[in-house]
Ligand binder design. Structure first.
Ligand SMILES: Nc1nc2c(ncn2[C@@H]2O[C@H](COP(=O)(O)OP(=O)(O)OP(=O)(O)O)[C@@H](O)[C@H]2O)c(=O)[nH]1
Ligand SMILES: [Mg+2]
Length: 389
């Protein structure tokens, strides 16, 4: 009797190894290698913390050219004043990475830095919006995908704790993008203080429920260094007995960028470019883009343009609040005006009533006077008649 399909033992099929699916990863690799991978990285945070410098350190190239021609030979980054986008194609062993880097202006340049991060949040939303709109078109080839896969958020190395503006900004950005907290200028803080600072930041992130990118454990099951990552950024190389190193020169020696004993630069570079790039891309697609798409589907009809998300856009929330306040004040002013007008009207009525009463009284008095006169005259005439008779 021929065996039924059900009776074929499954392990025999799996172990035969003749189907060829084992070579799929190689094919996949070829496809990806041919097209190249797209990856978009953003930096954000307070002004002057080394965001632009880090971009150039991270990719060992002046991806973000220093804009001031006078400083070209003494490369010092100029202040970033607007969101700027740079692109580079990095190749390594037949593999191309289409890299987009988004540099953002730092916060802290204004007296009030409330909601200074909202243009960045809007930019992130706009990229999701643009991708969603392109998805809805009949022709989807040539889509431009600028969704941001990771945002390095720079924290000032105060050694204390996260500042309120950082908490606010991280809360808003963390729901839109894979947020990776960075302690900037780690060469300016001692190793022991740095560890305490890191722990405090982790505690605040937990307590404030800030959503950050939590790197899944390595493929070998070993845990990855947890964020925040302390960084030293520099594009300058210095000579040491063991060869040239990237770093910052001090009287006491060199703070080395790529030395894991000096900072977490190597860990971060490995996380972004080697071990967790795919996790970042998938989390962007499955978590952040999906959450944006779902929230938009709930509040608008098909084809309708982007609605202002007043509920989570503090700028609009503030404007709305100010408008409501102005309206309430205006109503109060009008109410007061109406009350005093009503009061005046009542006073006028009372005055007129009084006048009326006085007029009434004088009419009454005149009437009684007239009556008395009439009576007086009447009695006088009858006397006269009797006299005539
Ligand atoms: N000590 C120290 N200085 C750094 C580090 N990274 C950058 N700097 C210096 O900090 C200054 C500001 O660097 P930028 O890269 O322009 O900072 P930014 O965050 O892009 O500043 P904005 O564009 O104004 O937001 C420059 O003088 C850098 O040389 C670092 O890791 N350690
Ligand atoms: Mg800058």
């Amino acid at each position: 009797m021929a065996p039924s399909a059900d009776s074929i033992p499954a392990p025999a099929v799996q172990s035969a190894g003749v189907i060829g699916i084992g070579s799929l990863p190689n094919q996949r690799h070829k496809i990806v290698a041919k097209k190249g991978a797209n990856f978009t990285l953003m930096v954000a945070g307070e002004s002057g913390l080394g965001k632009t410098t880090l971009i150039n350190t991270l990719f060992s190239t002046d991806i973000k050219p220093y804009q001031n021609p006078r400083t070209r030979h003494n490369p010092q980054p100029t202040r970033t004043t607007h969101i700027s986008i740079s692109r580079a194609h990095l190749s390594e062993r037949d593999f191309t990475l289409n890299l987009t880097v988004i540099d953002t202006p730092g916060f802290g340049d204004f007296v009030s830095n409330k909601n200074a991060w909202s243009p960045i949040a809007e930019f992130l939303d706009d990229q999701h919006e643009s991708y969603m709109r392109q998805e809805q078109q009949p022709m989807r080839e040539g889509r431009v995908d600028m969704r941001v896969h990771a945002c390095l958020y720079f924290i000032r190395p105060t050694g204390h704790t996260l500042r309120p503006i950082d908490i606010q900004a991280m809360k808003a950005l963390g729901t839109r993008v894979n947020l990776i907290p960075i302690i900037a200028k780690a060469d300016t803080i001692g190793a022991q203080d740095l560890e305490i600072f890191k722990e405090r930041i982790r505690n605040v992130i937990r307590a404030q429920n800030i959503s950050i990118f939590d790197p899944p454990e390595n493929t070998d099951g070993s845990p990855f260094l947890p964020p925040p990552y302390a960084l030293i950024a520099s594009t300058q190389t210095h000579q040491t007995p063991s060869g040239p190193v990237l770093g910052r020169q001090y009287l006491w020696g060199i703070a080395e960028v790529e030395n894991p004993l000096h900072c977490d630069f190597v860990h971060l570079r490995s996380l972004i470019l080697r071990t967790h790039m795919l996790d970042l891309i998938l989390a962007t697609e499955e978590t952040h883009y999906e959450s944006y798409r779902r929230s938009q589907m709930e509040i608008r009809k098909f084809g309708e343009s982007k609605a202002r998300r007043t509920a989570d856009n503090p700028k609009f929330r503030e404007e709305e609040e100010a408008l409501r306040k102005r309206f309430t004040e205006q109503v109060k002013v009008e109410e007061n005006r109406f009350r005093s007008w009503e009061q005046r009207l009542i006073q006028e009525r009372d005055r007129l009533n009084k006048d009326l009463e006085v007029a009434h009284a004088s009419v009454k008095a005149l009437e009684s006077e007239l009556e008395a006169m009439t009576l007086g005259a009447g009695s006088g005439r009858s006397t006269g008649r009797s006299l005539v008779r």
